[in-house]
Design a protein around this ligand. Structure first.
Ligand code: ADP
Ligand code: ZN
Length: 207
């Protein structure tokens, strides 16, 4: 959407599983906006402190300065209204309120670029991306590489036992899987690991 001129606003969504290059693509687009001398602000939720608290960071260690917000409304509070391009990473931590905020920003003439997970650890659509896709002018779906078979991967496989919708983590806790290799919830192999006693039973002296 680089070709639009004037101060018409719009929403761009970049979505896919973890490790699919969403943050890399967000950073690439924001860098291009800076080259075009646009005023850029980047926001990420405070809950996502995996790598840095004042930068968005890709798994390949690309970085870009960002501001931390505790909720979607915080974006409006921290916004410099001269800003032309608004980048938002990890929107799944901001919830459904982001839908209205993104719309408001776009309606006021800003280019809003959002990069987030489209499905959760069970393979279900993951708010607020489904609604944002319906409202966006531009949609990009990114795929990762399946860690089991090497095919294109659309799923984020959770490797640790939890039924919480949000468990913050990266490599080791999650991996990318294709449709065939994805196992909703915790994979069988890892379940077996959990079921196994941590300390193998030793025969006692009287055994
Ligand atoms: P996302 O924001 O979608 O989680 P990132 O942009 O942070 O993804 O990271 C993408 C990078 O992750 C890739 O360029 C590659 O270096 C690395 N990577 C690690 N595991 C995988 C995988 N299974 N498939 C593709 N890329 C991977
Ligand atoms: Zn696979």
């Amino acid at each position: 959407m680089d070709f639009v001129s004037g101060n018409i606003g719009w929403i761009e969504v970049i979505c896919g599983p973890m490790f699919s290059g969403k943050s890399e693509e967000l950073i690439r687009r924001l860098r291009r906006a800076l080259i075009a001398r646009r005023r850029v602000q980047v926001f990420k939720p405070v809950i996502d402190d995996r790598y840095s608290d004042n930068e968005i960071v890709s798994h390949g260690d690309q970085r870009m300065r960002s501001e931390v917000v505790s909720n979607a409304q915080d974006i409006l509070d921290k916004l410099d209204w001269r800003t032309q391009v608004v980048g938002i990473d990890e929107p799944n931590f901001l919830g459904a309120d982001l839908i209205e905020v993104a719309n408001q920003l776009a309606d006021s003439g800003k280019q809003v670029i959002i990069a987030g997970l489209d499905t959760d650890y069970m393979g279900r659509p993951f708010a607020p991306i489904p609604e944002l896709l319906a409202l966006a002018e531009s949609i990009t779906k990114t795929l990762a590489i399946c860690m089991r078979c090497g095919n294109p991967a659309k799923h984020t496989q959770r490797l640790v036992e939890s039924t919480d919708l949000i468990v913050v983590g990266a490599a080791g806790m999650y991996e990318a899987r294709c449709r065939r290799c994805f196992e909703p919830g915790v994979p069988r192999q890892e379940l077996l690991e959990f079921a196994r006693p941590r300390i193998p039973a030793q025969p006692g002296p009287l055994a």
